[in-house]
Design a protein around this ligand. Sequence first.
Ligand code: NAD
Length: 249
Amino acid sequence: MKLLEGQTAIITGAASARGLGKATAKLFAEHGCRVAILDLNAEAAEDAAADIGEAHIGLACDVTRKDDCVAAAAAVLEAFGQIDIVVNNAGITQPLKIMDITHENYDAVLDVNLLGTLNMSQAVIPHMRERKTGKLVNMSSVSAQRGGGIFGGPHYSAAKAGVLGLTKAMARELAPDGIRSNAICPGFIATDITGGKLTPDMMTGILAGIPMGRAGEASDVAGCALFLASDLSAYVTGSEVDVNGGSLI
Ligand code: NAD
């Protein structure tokens, strides 16, 4: 059964080949959805879109820039005629300790992870309100829930906790307009954001903290995004869904 037949989605930060956004785009496409892949580099976004099939488009969009988000939403509307789903996935980390964070670091991390989620949501909400339907799926992190993580840095934890607050506030305010807003909190998932930075000892330590005994796959997160974007979750809004192999048990 195809769960997103006839629907369209914007996925931000989805050009990275091993990333959560690309895996989500691929799964959405398999479920009949037309996907707009947005990322910093136009060519990378176009290549990623072509990789999942002809019906999809790739666009340059820096989510920290409100104008970029508004222009991308307009371009997607022109191409697809409607926007049903936005996956606010673009994110960056900085592996810093608390006393090493400068205001510049803080701004960079908060701007992509949190302001980017607000910017892209604001760019599509008027359209979703008009149609009385829409699904916002926001990528938070286990770092928001346990205040740490190896890669992110404290300002990343703060930004992702902000994403949870924004998700719930949008869920409350937009429910009467038929718009649902949910967050995913991935645990340790093998992607470029985590790759290449781990010694075997660090990896052993991480796996010891995961009851399921393995790192997550991008497809594990994509499956959750599909659930939250489809009618399977029709009565779910304001939720944070853990995809972490039991790390918080
Ligand atoms: P990734 O680095 O593979 O992909 C992130 C993408 O975001 C890249 O393609 C990058 O170009 C893009 N991006 C960065 N800044 C941008 C901007 N200003 N505008 C538009 N795009 C921008 O990372 P990933 O592991 O696929 O992570 C995806 C999301 O999941 C992120 O929000 C990340 O914080 C979150 N997350 C990842 C993990 C993990 O273990 N991989 C765990 C928890 C949360």
